[in-house]
Design a protein around this ligand. Structure first.
Ligand code: MN
Length: 412
């Protein structure tokens, strides 16, 4: 007996943090359609594998319906699964809580949606399975839903479906908070979890009793690596076997390139090419969206930062991937930077210091307005004083590094 476990599909969600550098139309189409394509890949995988059931552990949708297309895509997948005799058991999460979605659509009978005001058990006696779950009535569920989950049914393999933060995982909303011990105490054969986007297993000795499948499709540079769903095999119900299947249609990768102290521009390009080729090998065939961080000695870092040709060359050596962003950091060193006229330096620093948060807000608001469609600048937080202060500081530093490079160029 086997089930597929997926969670956090976030169908039709926007992608965070993509810069306007991704203006390529084919790339933009691939990205904006990625969560739908990954959902379709999930359905197609199930049609091939013919599991006894599929469970979806919350955040299937990203929020209020963005278009009728979202529902159509989901309904079409559910209908195909119904036609293949694969039932689906689905609980809502904080993103698709009952209060934000309109359930004005008729789904096939084989789609079972857990209620949101109390837990419910769906039995699948022919397959020997029972599914226990509860969805979110509102986006913020502050109490533990697991606490009220029913006792396991004897003679069946019991599967919990739960959207929750287990163990107060940092960086995630602490919704339906519970501990791994709370889940083990349910005495189910397996708890299918959603909410945390990284894959994670909870084990008792060598027995997995609960797991996060992670999300189906990475959506930002914070979600690097392969994303997909789990196949849980209960051939030995006391020891479920988990198999991860990547289903994402594009993948975020982070290239970290540290230049040697005596590196030239060409050396840096070679190093980027090597890291890129390794990443391509790791993710054979899956399109990559790259963030690249180049660490170099201060003078070289400053030179590369302002060198337009260099950006173009980096693009060339990463051909076949989408280069979303390149950042430069200076390695710690005693190196003395190229000279900048002291008077000029003081003027630049004064100019940067005299920029007010209001000036910066205005400038950034325009940048944000020009970003279109799925290319959303979530990193631009205009309400954060600390963020605005950091922008002002960086503006001053960038300008000074321009001046350093220009003055050193003039000397030679
Ligand atoms: Mn969630």
């Amino acid at each position: 007996m086997r089930i597929i476990h997926a969670a956090d599909l976030h169908i039709d969600s926007q992608f965070d943090g993509l810069s306007a550098a991704l203006s390529d139309h084919a790339a933009a189409d691939l990205i904006s359609g990625a969560t739908r394509s990954a959902f379709r890949a999930l359905v197609d995988w199930a049609l091939v594998e013919q599991p006894d059931a599929m469970v979806l552990a919350g955040d299937i949708f990203d929020g209020a319906w963005k278009s009728t297309g979202t529902r159509r895509v989901f309904l079409s997948g559910m209908t195909d699964l119904a036609d293949a005799g694969i039932p689906v058991f689905m609980a809502s999460g904080n993103h698709d809580a009952e209060s934000v979605l309109l359930h004005d659509v008729v789904y096939p009978d084989s789609l079972h949606v857990f209620p949101v005001h109390e837990p419910r058990t769906f039995e699948l006696p022919d397959a020997g399975l029972a599914f226990h779950g509860q969805g979110y009535a509102t986006p913020a569920v502050e109490h533990s839903l697991a606490r009220e989950y029913p006792a396991p049914l004897p003679g069946l393999v019991n599967v919990g479906v739960l959207h929750a933060n287990v163990g107060a995982t940092a960086g995630h909303r602490n919704y339906s908070p519970c501990t791994a011990d709370d889940l083990r105490a349910l005495e189910y054969e397996y708890v299918a979890l959603g909410h945390i986007h990284g894959r994670r297993e909870f084990v008792d000795g060598d027995r997995v009793f609960a797991a996060y499948s992670g999300n189906l499709q990475g959506r930002s540079a914070r979600e690097t690596g392969a994303k997909g769903a789990l196949m849980i095999d209960f051939a030995d119900p006391t020891r479920p076997d988990l198999m991860f299947r990547p289903l994402d249609v594009l993948r975020w990768e982070f290239l970290d390139v540290e230049a040697a102290t005596d590196a030239s521009v060409d050396d840096v390009l070679d190093a980027v090419a090597v890291e890129h080729s390794r990443a391509r090998d790791r993710h054979a065939g899956t399109p990559l969206v790259l963030r690249t961080r180049i660490s170099a000695m201060p003078a070289l870092a400053a030179q590369l930062r302002v060198d337009g040709d260099f950006a173009e060359q980096v693009r060339d050596v990463t051909t076949g991937s989408l280069l979303e962003k390149v950042t430069f950091t200076s390695l710690e060193s005693d190196e003395i930077g190229p000279p900048v006229d002291a008077e000029l330096r003081a003027e630049v620093q004064a100019a940067a210091a005299s920029l007010t948060p209001a000036d910066v807000t205005e400038l950034l608001a325009e940048v944000r307005m020009r970003a279109r469609g799925p290319l959303k600048g979530s990193e631009i937080d205009l309400s954060s004083g600390a963020y605005l202060a950091s922008v002002i500081e960086r503006a001053g530093e960038d300008l000074l590094s321009h001046l350093s490079v220009e003055s050193s160029g003039g000397d030679s």
